[in-house]
Design a protein around this ligand. Structure first.
Ligand SMILES: Cc1cc2nc3c(=O)[nH]c(=O)nc-3n(C[C@H](O)[C@H](O)[C@H](O)COP(=O)(O)O)c2cc1C
Length: 313
């Protein structure tokens, strides 16, 4: 099972739709970027816009995600999501952003296993959907996870996704795959691996490492940046062959068309295109300096023509 990771500002509905339009079925599932409980209670249609079922038709199947630990709000939000038709909601206890973690949200709750238990004790028996968890090894120490797993094992979780860094590391350094495997082998819930998969070789290495510690199947591999760097990575993983540069071109064009439709003003439009460009150029036949030079272009038309020229070479 290949799952698109949630990435705030990048993997929202516009991206997921464009992706599924170009590569239907290449990704089996996705987790939506988080909805924060701090923004008030469930309700604001705006808050749930990204996961409205009618808008997600014809897109990658999606699981909504919640960030926060306010008990009543959590249940209310999870039930709103269930009422939209979602059978599973995901709890984000991995977000490393400082201002979030400082309030024991995201990875900030990981040093406090008792607080995790309080949330699960309250939420799991009350919500209509099943709960899954997405976490890191810890916030300050990569060993925090070993105090958390016995707690997670007390609840019927749909799955647990583990990213092999601490919150303090943010995205620096390398993932500690060995420790992820050691921790995941102790889990009762199905395990989903996440972190630094950018090639098929890395995915094979993860699968073999898992097979060495567990006789359970890996429930899934969740990939974020690897797909933004190379949108054809899931096709390569699934053995779908073709002209990958042309496929990437088609996807970038589809995504840029969607950006043009969604952003009415030129400046944010171009900014959004450049955000994706900074990631996707890595899989294209272009040098770093040429890719960076593109960021100096100030007009959409000029920018899109330059992208087409590079890919069509
Ligand atoms: C810009 C950005 C936004 C992210 N937003 C979320 C989010 O909303 N929810 C979440 O659980 N993780 C979020 N993440 C973490 C990713 O889902 C993923 O765990 C991380 O990128 C590591 O996986 P990768 O190496 O495959 O990219 C975000 C990461 C980045 C870089």
């Amino acid at each position: 099972m290949l799952i698109l990771a949630p990435m705030q500002g990048l993997t929202e509905l516009m991206f997921r739709r464009a992706y599924n339009q170009c590569f239907p079925g290449a990704l089996d599932s996705s987790v939506a970027p988080f909805v924060s409980l701090t923004h008030g209670n469930c309700g604001g249609r705006e808050q749930l816009e990204d996961i409205l079922p009618e808008a997600n038709e014809g897109s990658i199947p999606v699981i909504p995600q919640i960030l926060g630990h306010e008990l009543e709000e959590f249940v209310r939000m999870a039930d709103c999501m269930a009422d939209l038709g979602y059978a599973e909601v995901n709890w984000n206890i991995g977000c490393p952003m400082r201002r979030i973690a400082a309030k024991h949200r995201g990875s900030g709750i990981l040093p406090y296993p008792d607080e995790i238990r309080t949330v699960l004790d309250y939420v799991v028996p009350r919500i209509k959907a099943r709960l899954s968890v997405k976490m890191r090894l810890g916030h300050r120490s990569p060993d925090e996870i070993f105090d958390i797993i016995p707690i997670l094992n007390d609840y019927p979780l749909a799955s647990v996704t583990i990213h092999g860094r601490t919150g303090k590391q943010q995205y620096g350094g390398s993932v500690d795959r060995e420790r992820v495997m050691r921790a995941a082998a102790m889990l009762k819930a199905p395990f989903i691996y996440n972190g630094d998969i950018t090639t098929t070789g890395q995915l094979s290495a993860v699968s073999s490492q898992w097979a060495a510690v567990s006789n359970q199947p890996l429930a899934g591999i969740m990939i974020g940046r690897g797909i933004l760097y190379d949108p054809t990575l899931p096709l390569k993983i699934k053995g779908i062959e073709g002209d990958y540069t042309q496929m990437t071109h088609r996807f970038v064009s589809t995504l840029y068309d969607a950006i043009e439709r969604q952003f009415p003003h030129e400046t944010p439009r171009l900014r959004k295109m450049k955000e994706y460009w900074c990631l996707v150029y890595k899989s294209l036949p272009i040098s770093e300096s040429a890719a960076r030079a593109m960021l100096r272009l100030q007009e959409i038309k000029e920018f899109r023509q330059a992208v087409d020229k590079i890919i069509e070479k």
